[in-house]
Design a protein around this ligand. Structure first.
Ligand code: CMP
Length: 394
């Protein structure tokens, strides 16, 4: 059982979404090793380096690759813990991970060291540089947005393909027409359609090197149309990707909130339809310990539900602790007054934020929730007034 628990904990640690201090330290170390490795590769391409520096750089490259090898073996070992491979045998899970993009990048990252240590390739050579630049692929692990980008491209593939087809249509038409119009004047540049395509690509992408320029009136007119079309096509692409990103982020946030909402009893008591309505209005925020979430006397535009962790409410009668399932920040919304207390996280805390405008909208749809919040606010107000009377003797 113990090795299984260790494997689960190591798998959690290696997950790039792990927010624990251990996880952060591991990611910082991994990023540092990657940076050192890439720097060593870049420097080793300088031909005039003294032999001692070359040896040092070679050492760094081998050391970094050794770290990546250890990482690869560990990831292979923990692969059965991944929910992606749930229900598979351990061997099959490992095999599936080994042939996944992550697994292949992992192998590519350790190949350079083997090549260098076995003497197949010398560190100060083009091959070593090519091998080691494969490490740049590992940087992708530190960019969660890469997965989002892949999802966006996959979701929007039909629209993107349509724009790409328009792009190709304009490109080929422009190249063909300019070839017909310009070939007599500039045979070297527009003598064939493939030659004219270079000009069309440079113009349609609005790059405009200026190395090939149409000289006939007809050619210039086609050029103008191609330039304007280029701007339109790029704007379309940007619009599609930006909307796709926003949509994907909204979907992910919805799932993140849904995950957290189930930890707040106040919400789980609501029916599924009502719950899904409120989920779309909440935002998840993670806070480390000792962070001021709300400051006394500042204006308040949101309230918070605690889905994980604990906060300390600093009121005159002494600090009050609120844990999982609790809420705060409601008084400023109900009374439209500045914050009545400062609130600080006492441990890593996850909060669900509800903005004022959404709170008022929910008030009309889910009266039971708002009544419960109002009831608690009344109790807190009374408690604070009583407490204040005690701490300020007449
Ligand atoms: P608000 O005034 O918006 O910001 C500070 C918050 O502290 C307040 O809303 C309440 O949610 C919370 N708060 C104030 N007094 C108490 C109390 N006595 N017990 C628990 N929470 C409190």
């Amino acid at each position: 059982m113990a090795p299984k628990m260790a494997r689960t904990s190591v798998h959690e640690l290696l997950r790039h979404s792990d927010r624990s201090p251990r996880g952060r330290r591991w990611r910082a170390f991994h990023l540092f090793a990657l940076g050192a490795g890439l720097l060593a590769v870049a420097l080793s391409s300088i031909e005039t380096l003294p032999a001692s520096v070359e040896l040092l750089l070679e050492g760094v490259i081998v050391l970094v690759a050794a770290i990546f090898l250890a990482e690869y073996v560990t990831r292979l070992w923990t692969a059965p813990e991944s929910p992606r491979f749930a229900g598979m045998t351990e061997g099959m899970a490992r095999l599936r991970w080994a042939v996944s993009l992550d697994g292949l990048i992992g192998v590519l990252a350790v190949v350079p060291a083997f090549a260098i240590t076995t003497g197949t390739v010398h560190a100060n050579s083009d091959y070593a540089a090519v091998f080691c630049v494969l490490w740049i692929l590992k940087l992708g692990q530190h960019a969660p947005a890469m997965t989002t980008l892949a999802r966006v491209i996959s979701n929007e593939r039909a629209t993107l393909a349509s724009v790409l087809i328009i792009f190709i249509m304009v490109l080929v038409t422009a190249a063909t027409v300019t070839h017909l119009l310009e070939r007599a004047v500039q045979p070297a540049q527009f003598g064939s359609i493939p030659q004219a395509l270079w000009w069309a690509v440079v113009t349609l992408t609005t790059t405009g090197y200026g190395d090939v320029v149409p000289q006939t009136i007809g050619g210039k007119m086609v050029g103008s149309v191609v330039m304007v079309s280029g701007i339109l096509v790029l704007a379309l692409m940007t619009g599609i990707l930006a909307t796709g990103f926003a949509e994907e982020e909204r979907r992910r946030e919805y799932l993140r909130v849904w995950d957290q909402v189930t930890k707040v009893p106040m919400f789980t008591e609501l029916g599924t339809v009502t719950l899904s309505e409120i989920v779309s209005k909440l935002r998840v925020r993670h806070y480390p310990p000792r962070i001021v979430v709300v400051r006394r006397d500042e204006p308040g535009d949101s309230m918070f539900f605690i889905s994980e962790g604990e906060v300390e409410v600093r009121v005159p009668q002494g600090p009050i602790r609120l844990g999982q399932g609790g809420f705060f920040g409601e008084m400023a919304l109900l009374d439209r007054l500045p914050r009545s207390a400062t609130i600080v996280t006492s441990q890593p805390t996850t909060l669900l934020v509800l903005y004022a405008s959404d709170f008022y909208e929910i008030a009309s749809h889910i009266p039971s929730l708002v009544e419960a919040v109002e009831r608690e606010a009344r109790r807190r107000r009374a408690e604070n007034e009583g407490g204040l009377a005690k701490v300020t003797p007449k």
